[in-house]
Ligand binder design. Structure first.
Ligand code: ADP
Length: 435
């Protein structure tokens, strides 16, 4: 308590008691006037306390702060200081919240805050453009009632939000959206929808450019290869010319393979997933055919290939594509390993009645840092060596796409010096059994 507060309280006592003492002495009833002074002082103090309580109960508004003399004034000014401090902090917080709201409103992506059960708690302006959610009238409506795409409903209720969901608008004019959901706080979700039309357009343009360029290259290449082949067979060609022609032929063949792989990739990327109700293929027969052909490859140097067919399951899929998967993996096992490597080519049933096509070799294997990137286009562990062997770096990318188009999964296990295992698993719904 400050000295000035005590001084002001002392002044109050003087204001009450000095007149009482003077009247007491003048009238000769000093004790009576002293008691009278005490009562007045007590009532004054009590009134101040009641006022103080009413002020505090009424929210302690700074403008309505009571003015006192004495020690109570000290308490009032402490409360007023505290209030001023709180008001300043509240303003800072309000500024921060309004800046945050302005930022969310300015975002080109739709941002919707949801309760865990899906009710909309707030949405920004972009949500009305991209998702047709009106931030003023659609609050408390379930998001699944407004985004009626079955893919979204499935995605929302599955609750697995680690991957974005891509949905296309029903009409051609509606944007293609990438939707992500994150959980935060207590039982809250934030949904972010991004307009992908622009990047989808660029992606389509890039794909059609690759497709057109590959098509345009194919015919002249076939003609060049034809001439090179007839030239190399030409008996009168001097030996130095023959070597040059042969080397040009090898390079032209490589280019042809690259063009073919690019065309395959473009085709499988631009067509829909493979239906389930199509004819079933004999994987066992394809394995036998591919292995037989692969033994004619220039890279086949005494490799030991063991075929293991453990199931009669037939695969419902595209024959040409499944042939390409088997051929790519078997030829890789020959091309990227040394002479006399053991290669196991297996077709068998695994858990959940799924079937697995597996190619395992005991070659030099692949270092761990490359494994995750092997299925990227043009990714090669050793680009120089792969090129020498006629590799394009597109094989595993094609395999992965085809397997996924058949609802399967490609997994690669390898350790340096310990060989490699390439496994393609297809679910039971993709299998058929004869007889
Ligand atoms: P490529 O045309 O070079 O064979 P792929 O996409 O088929 O392209 O394979 C990518 C890379 O993976 C290859 O360049 C090679 O380095 C590695 N690879 C593939 N299969 C094997 C294997 N069985 N053993 C070791 N490395 C392999």
């Amino acid at each position: 308590m400050s000295f000035s507060a005590w001084l002001s309280e002392f002044n109050r006592i003087l204001i009450v008691f000095v007149p009482c003492v003077i009247f007491g002495i003048v009238t000769g009833f000093l004790p009576l006037f002293f008691i009278f002074g005490l009562i007045i002082y007590g009532l004054w103090t009590a009134r101040q306390l009641v006022e103080l309580k009413q002020w505090l109960d009424g929210g302690a508004e700074i403008e309505q702060a009571p003015e006192y003399l004495g020690i109570a004034d000290q308490h009032v000014s402490s409360v007023v200081d505290l209030q001023k401090d709180n008001l300043a902090k509240q303003k800072d917080l309000e500024d921060l919240v309004s800046q945050f709201n302005e930022m969310i409103a300015a975002l080109p992506d739709a941002v919707v805050i949801l309760a865990a059960s899906g009710e909309i708690l707030s949405a920004n302006q972009a949500a009305s453009v991209l998702l047709q959610i009106d931030p003023s009238t659609d609050l408390n409506t379930r998001i699944t009632q407004l985004i009626r795409d079955p893919a979204f409903t499935g995605f929302f209720f599955a609750g697995k939000y680690d991957q974005p969901l891509e949905i296309r608008g029903a009409a051609a004019s509606e944007p293609e959206l990438s939707i992500r959901i994150f959980s935060f706080g207590e039982n809250r979700l934030v949904l972010i929808a991004q307009d992908m039309s622009q990047s989808a357009r660029i992606y389509k343009m890039r794909r059609s450019f690759i497709l057109n360029a590959s098509h345009e290259l194919r015919t002249p290449l076939t003609v060049i290869i034809g001439y090179l082949e007839s030239l190399s067979e030409h008996c009168g060609l001097p030996s130095e010319c023959k070597t040059a022609v042969q080397s040009a032929d090898v390079q032209a063949q490589r280019m042809k393979q690259l063009v073919e792989d690019l065309l395959t990739l473009s085709r499988i990327e631009s067509t829909a997933a493979i239906e389930k109700n199509i004819d079933a293929i004999s994987v066992a027969a394809f394995i036998a055919e591919v292995v037989k052909d692969s033994k004619r490859s220039v890279w086949f140097v005494d490799h030991q290939i063991h075929i293991q067919i453990e199931t009669g399951a037939m695969l419902k899929g595209n024959a040409q594509e499944i042939h390409s998967v088997i051929s790519n993996l078997v030829n890789n096992a020959i091309k990227h390993t040394k002479a006399r490597t053991n290669i196991h080519v297996i077709w068998r049933l695994v858990e959940d009645d799924a079937a697995e096509f597996l190619v395992e070799d005991n070659g030099e294997g692949i270092a761990a840092e490359h494994l995750a990137r092997l299925t990227e286009r043009f990714y090669r562990v050793d680009a120089g060596r792969s090129r020498e062997k006629g590799g394009t770096g597109l094989g595993l990318s094609i395999v992965k796409h085809i397997v996924e188009r058949h609802e399967g999964e490609l997994t690669i296990h390898s350790e340096l010096g310990k060989g490699a295992i390439f496994s393609c698993r297809f679910p039971a719904k993709r299998l058929e059994y004869m007889g």
